[in-house]
Design a protein around this ligand. Sequence first.
Ligand code: AMP
Ligand code: MG
Length: 340
Amino acid sequence: MAGAFIFAALLFPLSSCGLEPPLYETGFIAMDTYISLTVYGENAETAAKAAKEEILRIDTLMSAVNPDSEVSKINAMAGETVTVSDDTEKVIRAALKTAEKTDGALDITLRPVITEWGFTTGEYKIPDGETLNNLLKKVDYRSVRVGDNTVFLPFGEQIDLGAAAKGYAGDKAISVLKDYGVESAIVSLGGNVQALGAKTDGKKWNIAVKNPFVENSVSSISNICILGLKDAAVVTSGNYERYFEGEDGKRYHHIIDPSDGYPADNGIVSATIIGKTGLECDALSTAVFVMGAEKAEKLWREKGGFEMLLVTDDKRIIVTEGLSDVFTNLSDMKVTEIRK
Ligand code: AMP
Ligand code: MG
Protein backbone atom coordinates (compact mmCIF):
# COMPACT_ATOMS: atom_id res chain seq x y z
CA MET A 1 0.00 0.00 0.00
CA ALA A 2 3.05 2.21 -0.16
CA GLY A 3 2.23 5.67 -1.33
CA ALA A 4 -1.50 5.24 -1.03
CA PHE A 5 -1.90 8.42 0.95
CA ILE A 6 0.43 10.57 -1.05
CA PHE A 7 -1.14 13.27 -3.16
CA ALA A 8 -0.30 12.72 -6.79
CA ALA A 9 -1.20 16.31 -7.41
CA LEU A 10 -0.83 18.93 -4.73
CA LEU A 11 -2.50 22.20 -4.21
CA PHE A 12 -0.26 25.19 -3.85
CA PRO A 13 -1.07 27.63 -1.05
CA LEU A 14 -3.61 30.22 -1.98
CA SER A 15 -2.51 33.80 -2.15
CA SER A 16 -3.78 35.75 0.81
CA CYS A 17 -5.22 39.09 -0.09
CA GLY A 18 -7.19 41.42 2.10
CA LEU A 19 -10.80 40.43 2.54
CA GLU A 20 -11.10 36.78 1.66
CA PRO A 21 -14.48 35.04 1.84
CA PRO A 22 -14.92 32.38 4.53
CA LEU A 23 -12.86 29.24 4.03
CA TYR A 24 -13.65 25.74 5.29
CA GLU A 25 -11.25 22.86 4.93
CA THR A 26 -11.76 19.23 5.80
CA GLY A 27 -9.85 15.99 5.22
CA PHE A 28 -10.95 12.39 5.60
CA ILE A 29 -10.25 8.89 4.34
CA ALA A 30 -12.66 7.37 1.85
CA MET A 31 -12.43 5.49 -1.43
CA ASP A 32 -9.20 4.00 -0.16
CA THR A 33 -7.41 7.33 -0.22
CA TYR A 34 -7.03 10.65 1.59
CA ILE A 35 -9.60 13.20 0.45
CA SER A 36 -9.52 16.92 1.15
CA LEU A 37 -12.05 19.65 0.44
CA THR A 38 -11.07 23.33 0.35
CA VAL A 39 -14.21 25.40 0.03
CA TYR A 40 -14.76 29.17 -0.09
CA GLY A 41 -17.91 31.23 0.33
CA GLU A 42 -20.67 32.02 2.80
CA ASN A 43 -21.94 28.43 2.82
CA ALA A 44 -18.47 26.87 2.81
CA GLU A 45 -18.87 24.68 5.90
CA THR A 46 -22.40 23.39 5.17
CA ALA A 47 -21.52 22.84 1.52
CA ALA A 48 -18.28 20.98 2.33
CA LYS A 49 -20.08 18.72 4.80
CA ALA A 50 -22.74 17.90 2.20
CA ALA A 51 -20.04 17.25 -0.42
CA LYS A 52 -18.27 14.89 2.00
CA GLU A 53 -21.54 12.99 2.54
CA GLU A 54 -21.94 12.72 -1.22
CA ILE A 55 -18.43 11.25 -1.63
CA LEU A 56 -19.17 8.74 1.15
CA ARG A 57 -22.42 7.82 -0.61
CA ILE A 58 -20.60 7.13 -3.88
CA ASP A 59 -17.98 5.10 -2.00
CA THR A 60 -20.74 3.00 -0.43
CA LEU A 61 -22.23 2.31 -3.86
CA MET A 62 -19.02 1.56 -5.73
CA SER A 63 -16.50 0.02 -3.34
CA ALA A 64 -15.56 -3.46 -4.54
CA VAL A 65 -14.52 -4.48 -1.02
CA ASN A 66 -17.64 -3.35 0.85
CA PRO A 67 -19.99 -6.38 0.66
CA ASP A 68 -23.02 -4.05 0.76
CA SER A 69 -22.03 -1.98 -2.28
CA GLU A 70 -23.80 -2.20 -5.61
CA VAL A 71 -20.55 -3.35 -7.20
CA SER A 72 -20.36 -6.24 -4.72
CA LYS A 73 -23.99 -7.05 -5.49
CA ILE A 74 -23.22 -7.16 -9.23
CA ASN A 75 -20.22 -9.44 -8.53
CA ALA A 76 -22.10 -11.72 -6.14
CA MET A 77 -25.00 -12.07 -8.58
CA ALA A 78 -22.96 -12.53 -11.76
CA GLY A 79 -25.13 -14.50 -14.17
CA GLU A 80 -28.25 -12.54 -13.19
CA THR A 81 -29.50 -9.04 -13.96
CA VAL A 82 -29.03 -6.67 -11.03
CA THR A 83 -30.85 -3.40 -10.33
CA VAL A 84 -28.48 -0.48 -9.75
CA SER A 85 -28.63 3.26 -9.06
CA ASP A 86 -28.30 5.94 -11.74
CA ASP A 87 -24.81 6.62 -10.35
CA THR A 88 -23.49 3.09 -10.80
CA GLU A 89 -25.11 2.83 -14.23
CA LYS A 90 -23.44 6.09 -15.28
CA VAL A 91 -19.95 5.10 -14.13
CA ILE A 92 -20.16 1.68 -15.78
CA ARG A 93 -21.44 3.19 -19.04
CA ALA A 94 -18.60 5.76 -19.03
CA ALA A 95 -15.99 3.09 -18.28
CA LEU A 96 -17.29 0.89 -21.09
CA LYS A 97 -17.19 3.83 -23.48
CA THR A 98 -13.57 4.55 -22.55
CA ALA A 99 -12.77 0.85 -22.89
CA GLU A 100 -14.12 0.92 -26.43
CA LYS A 101 -12.20 4.09 -27.29
CA THR A 102 -8.96 2.62 -25.97
CA ASP A 103 -9.26 -0.91 -27.40
CA GLY A 104 -9.78 -2.36 -23.95
CA ALA A 105 -6.80 -0.70 -22.19
CA LEU A 106 -9.37 0.11 -19.50
CA ASP A 107 -11.31 -2.97 -18.52
CA ILE A 108 -13.59 -3.00 -15.47
CA THR A 109 -13.81 -6.81 -15.60
CA LEU A 110 -10.14 -7.16 -14.61
CA ARG A 111 -11.06 -7.74 -10.98
CA PRO A 112 -10.18 -11.47 -10.85
CA VAL A 113 -6.67 -10.58 -12.04
CA ILE A 114 -6.33 -7.62 -9.65
CA THR A 115 -7.41 -9.88 -6.79
CA GLU A 116 -4.92 -12.58 -7.77
CA TRP A 117 -2.06 -10.07 -7.44
CA GLY A 118 -3.35 -9.22 -3.95
CA PHE A 119 -4.13 -5.58 -4.70
CA THR A 120 -7.59 -5.91 -3.17
CA THR A 121 -6.38 -7.36 0.15
CA GLY A 122 -2.76 -6.23 0.49
CA GLU A 123 -1.67 -9.88 0.54
CA TYR A 124 0.55 -9.50 -2.47
CA LYS A 125 1.88 -12.28 -4.64
CA ILE A 126 3.28 -12.72 -8.14
CA PRO A 127 0.92 -15.05 -10.02
CA ASP A 128 2.34 -17.42 -12.62
CA GLY A 129 1.63 -16.87 -16.29
CA GLU A 130 -0.75 -19.82 -16.59
CA THR A 131 -2.90 -18.62 -13.69
CA LEU A 132 -3.09 -15.19 -15.28
CA ASN A 133 -4.01 -16.63 -18.68
CA ASN A 134 -6.81 -18.65 -17.11
CA LEU A 135 -8.13 -15.64 -15.21
CA LEU A 136 -7.95 -13.49 -18.35
CA LYS A 137 -10.57 -15.80 -19.89
CA LYS A 138 -12.98 -14.15 -17.43
CA VAL A 139 -11.97 -10.64 -18.49
CA ASP A 140 -13.90 -8.90 -21.26
CA TYR A 141 -15.58 -5.53 -20.87
CA ARG A 142 -17.75 -6.31 -23.92
CA SER A 143 -19.61 -8.95 -21.93
CA VAL A 144 -21.07 -6.38 -19.49
CA ARG A 145 -24.66 -5.47 -20.37
CA VAL A 146 -26.06 -2.18 -19.07
CA GLY A 147 -29.74 -1.27 -19.26
CA ASP A 148 -31.93 1.30 -17.53
CA ASN A 149 -30.79 0.92 -13.93
CA THR A 150 -29.67 -2.63 -14.60
CA VAL A 151 -26.36 -4.43 -15.07
CA PHE A 152 -25.77 -7.97 -16.25
CA LEU A 153 -22.40 -9.64 -15.79
CA PRO A 154 -21.81 -13.18 -17.08
CA PHE A 155 -21.34 -15.87 -14.43
CA GLY A 156 -17.75 -16.05 -13.14
CA GLU A 157 -16.89 -12.44 -14.04
CA GLN A 158 -16.16 -9.65 -11.55
CA ILE A 159 -15.99 -5.88 -11.90
CA ASP A 160 -13.94 -3.17 -10.18
CA LEU A 161 -14.66 0.53 -10.69
CA GLY A 162 -11.47 1.65 -8.91
CA ALA A 163 -10.14 3.26 -12.08
CA ALA A 164 -13.05 5.70 -12.47
CA ALA A 165 -15.17 5.97 -9.30
CA LYS A 166 -13.01 8.62 -7.61
CA GLY A 167 -13.40 10.87 -10.65
CA TYR A 168 -17.17 10.49 -10.50
CA ALA A 169 -17.18 11.15 -6.74
CA GLY A 170 -15.25 14.36 -7.47
CA ASP A 171 -17.84 15.42 -10.06
CA LYS A 172 -20.68 14.77 -7.63
CA ALA A 173 -18.91 16.66 -4.84
CA ILE A 174 -18.43 19.67 -7.14
CA SER A 175 -22.08 19.51 -8.15
CA VAL A 176 -23.20 19.51 -4.48
CA LEU A 177 -20.91 22.48 -3.74
CA LYS A 178 -22.50 24.36 -6.66
CA ASP A 179 -25.98 23.57 -5.32
CA TYR A 180 -24.96 25.41 -2.15
CA GLY A 181 -23.84 28.41 -4.17
CA VAL A 182 -20.10 27.75 -3.86
CA GLU A 183 -18.09 29.29 -6.70
CA SER A 184 -14.56 28.53 -5.58
CA ALA A 185 -13.29 25.19 -4.26
CA ILE A 186 -10.80 22.39 -4.67
CA VAL A 187 -11.71 18.74 -4.25
CA SER A 188 -8.67 16.50 -3.94
CA LEU A 189 -9.02 12.72 -3.93
CA GLY A 190 -5.64 11.01 -3.94
CA GLY A 191 -4.29 11.50 -7.45
CA ASN A 192 -7.39 13.43 -8.55
CA VAL A 193 -7.70 17.19 -8.18
CA GLN A 194 -10.89 18.91 -9.27
CA ALA A 195 -11.21 22.67 -9.31
CA LEU A 196 -14.50 24.53 -9.04
CA GLY A 197 -14.20 28.01 -10.54
CA ALA A 198 -11.08 30.06 -9.89
CA LYS A 199 -9.33 31.26 -6.73
CA THR A 200 -11.25 33.87 -4.81
CA ASP A 201 -9.17 36.63 -6.42
CA GLY A 202 -10.29 35.38 -9.84
CA LYS A 203 -6.88 33.97 -10.72
CA LYS A 204 -6.27 30.41 -11.82
CA TRP A 205 -5.57 27.64 -9.32
CA ASN A 206 -2.02 26.36 -9.30
CA ILE A 207 -2.33 22.59 -9.42
CA ALA A 208 0.89 20.64 -9.09
CA VAL A 209 1.53 17.20 -10.54
CA LYS A 210 3.72 14.92 -8.47
CA ASN A 211 7.16 13.89 -9.68
CA PRO A 212 6.85 10.10 -9.99
CA PHE A 213 10.59 9.68 -9.43
CA VAL A 214 10.55 11.28 -5.98
CA GLU A 215 9.08 8.97 -3.35
CA ASN A 216 7.19 9.61 -0.15
CA SER A 217 7.54 13.33 -0.16
CA VAL A 218 4.92 16.02 -0.10
CA SER A 219 7.37 18.90 -0.34
CA SER A 220 7.24 21.10 -3.42
CA ILE A 221 10.48 19.44 -4.57
CA SER A 222 8.45 16.36 -5.32
CA ASN A 223 6.35 18.16 -7.92
CA ILE A 224 7.18 17.89 -11.58
CA CYS A 225 5.15 20.84 -12.81
CA ILE A 226 2.39 23.29 -12.07
CA LEU A 227 -0.76 23.70 -14.13
CA GLY A 228 -2.68 26.97 -13.93
CA LEU A 229 -6.36 26.09 -14.37
CA LYS A 230 -9.97 27.06 -13.65
CA ASP A 231 -12.95 24.70 -13.63
CA ALA A 232 -10.99 21.60 -14.47
CA ALA A 233 -10.25 18.04 -13.47
CA VAL A 234 -6.60 16.94 -13.24
CA VAL A 235 -6.33 13.20 -12.76
CA THR A 236 -3.08 11.28 -12.44
CA SER A 237 -2.49 7.54 -12.63
CA GLY A 238 0.96 6.61 -11.38
CA ASN A 239 2.95 3.45 -10.81
CA TYR A 240 4.04 4.86 -7.41
CA GLU A 241 0.51 5.07 -5.99
CA ARG A 242 0.21 1.42 -5.05
CA TYR A 243 2.83 -1.27 -5.50
CA PHE A 244 4.75 -4.01 -3.76
CA GLU A 245 8.22 -5.37 -4.09
CA GLY A 246 8.31 -9.05 -5.09
CA GLU A 247 10.72 -11.63 -3.70
CA ASP A 248 12.59 -11.19 -6.96
CA GLY A 249 13.33 -7.58 -5.95
CA LYS A 250 11.17 -6.18 -8.75
CA ARG A 251 8.43 -3.66 -8.23
CA TYR A 252 4.88 -4.59 -9.17
CA HIS A 253 2.35 -1.79 -9.40
CA HIS A 254 -1.45 -1.73 -9.47
CA ILE A 255 -2.31 -0.72 -13.04
CA ILE A 256 -2.77 -3.93 -14.97
CA ASP A 257 -2.44 -4.41 -18.71
CA PRO A 258 -5.54 -6.41 -19.76
CA SER A 259 -3.58 -7.90 -22.68
CA ASP A 260 -1.39 -10.05 -20.40
CA GLY A 261 -2.53 -9.54 -16.80
CA TYR A 262 0.80 -8.03 -15.69
CA PRO A 263 1.39 -4.49 -14.39
CA ALA A 264 1.43 -2.23 -17.45
CA ASP A 265 4.96 -1.72 -18.74
CA ASN A 266 4.63 0.48 -21.79
CA GLY A 267 7.12 3.18 -20.83
CA ILE A 268 4.88 5.44 -18.73
CA VAL A 269 5.40 6.16 -15.03
CA SER A 270 2.62 8.69 -14.69
CA ALA A 271 -0.27 9.75 -16.89
CA THR A 272 -2.20 12.92 -16.12
CA ILE A 273 -5.41 13.77 -17.95
CA ILE A 274 -6.85 17.28 -17.85
CA GLY A 275 -10.45 17.83 -18.87
CA LYS A 276 -13.92 18.88 -17.83
CA THR A 277 -15.16 15.91 -15.80
CA GLY A 278 -13.40 13.78 -13.22
CA LEU A 279 -15.16 10.67 -14.47
CA GLU A 280 -13.83 10.90 -18.01
CA CYS A 281 -10.36 12.02 -16.91
CA ASP A 282 -10.08 9.20 -14.36
CA ALA A 283 -11.10 6.49 -16.79
CA LEU A 284 -8.73 7.90 -19.41
CA SER A 285 -5.75 8.32 -17.09
CA THR A 286 -5.75 4.63 -16.27
CA ALA A 287 -6.25 3.66 -19.93
CA VAL A 288 -3.49 5.97 -21.17
CA PHE A 289 -1.08 4.61 -18.55
CA VAL A 290 -1.70 1.14 -20.01
CA MET A 291 -1.51 2.24 -23.66
CA GLY A 292 1.87 3.95 -23.58
CA ALA A 293 2.81 7.27 -25.17
CA GLU A 294 2.51 6.38 -28.84
CA LYS A 295 -1.03 5.01 -28.70
CA ALA A 296 -2.06 7.75 -26.26
CA GLU A 297 -0.89 10.43 -28.71
CA LYS A 298 -2.87 8.78 -31.47
CA LEU A 299 -5.98 8.71 -29.26
CA TRP A 300 -5.53 12.40 -28.40
CA ARG A 301 -5.17 13.32 -32.09
CA GLU A 302 -8.06 11.22 -33.31
CA LYS A 303 -10.59 11.57 -30.50
CA GLY A 304 -9.46 14.68 -28.59
CA GLY A 305 -11.60 16.28 -25.88
CA PHE A 306 -8.83 16.19 -23.27
CA GLU A 307 -5.28 17.32 -22.63
CA MET A 308 -2.57 15.09 -21.19
CA LEU A 309 0.81 15.11 -19.53
CA LEU A 310 2.84 11.93 -19.61
CA VAL A 311 6.05 11.17 -17.73
CA THR A 312 8.07 8.37 -19.30
CA ASP A 313 10.40 5.88 -17.64
CA ASP A 314 13.36 7.48 -19.47
CA LYS A 315 12.53 10.77 -17.73
CA ARG A 316 10.80 12.75 -20.44
CA ILE A 317 7.68 14.85 -20.11
CA ILE A 318 5.19 14.84 -22.97
CA VAL A 319 2.47 17.50 -22.98
CA THR A 320 -0.33 18.17 -25.43
CA GLU A 321 -0.40 21.59 -27.04
CA GLY A 322 -3.46 22.78 -25.11
CA LEU A 323 -1.32 22.85 -21.96
CA SER A 324 1.47 25.03 -23.34
CA ASP A 325 0.11 28.25 -21.81
CA VAL A 326 -0.76 26.72 -18.45
CA PHE A 327 2.23 24.43 -17.84
CA THR A 328 5.30 25.38 -15.78
CA ASN A 329 8.05 22.79 -15.64
CA LEU A 330 9.63 22.45 -12.18
CA SER A 331 11.93 19.59 -13.12
CA ASP A 332 15.08 19.24 -15.19
CA MET A 333 13.38 16.76 -17.50
CA LYS A 334 13.07 17.42 -21.21
CA VAL A 335 9.60 18.51 -22.31
CA THR A 336 8.16 17.54 -25.69
CA GLU A 337 4.98 19.24 -26.85
CA ILE A 338 2.74 17.27 -29.16
CA ARG A 339 0.55 19.07 -31.69
CA LYS A 340 -2.43 18.07 -33.76
P1 AMP B 1 -6.32 4.66 -11.21
O1 AMP B 1 -5.60 4.97 -9.95
O2 AMP B 1 -7.48 5.53 -11.51
O3 AMP B 1 -5.39 4.55 -12.39
O4 AMP B 1 -7.00 3.22 -11.03
C1 AMP B 1 -6.24 2.10 -10.73
C2 AMP B 1 -7.15 1.05 -10.10
O5 AMP B 1 -8.06 0.55 -11.08
C3 AMP B 1 -6.36 -0.14 -9.62
O6 AMP B 1 -6.01 -0.02 -8.25
C4 AMP B 1 -7.30 -1.32 -9.88
O7 AMP B 1 -8.25 -1.43 -8.85
C5 AMP B 1 -8.05 -0.88 -11.13
N1 AMP B 1 -7.35 -1.24 -12.38
C6 AMP B 1 -6.06 -1.59 -12.59
N2 AMP B 1 -5.79 -1.75 -13.89
C7 AMP B 1 -6.95 -1.49 -14.55
C8 AMP B 1 -7.33 -1.49 -15.93
N3 AMP B 1 -6.46 -1.74 -16.92
N4 AMP B 1 -8.62 -1.20 -16.22
C9 AMP B 1 -9.51 -0.92 -15.24
N5 AMP B 1 -9.23 -0.91 -13.94
C10 AMP B 1 -7.95 -1.17 -13.59
MG1 MG C 1 -8.21 6.30 -13.29
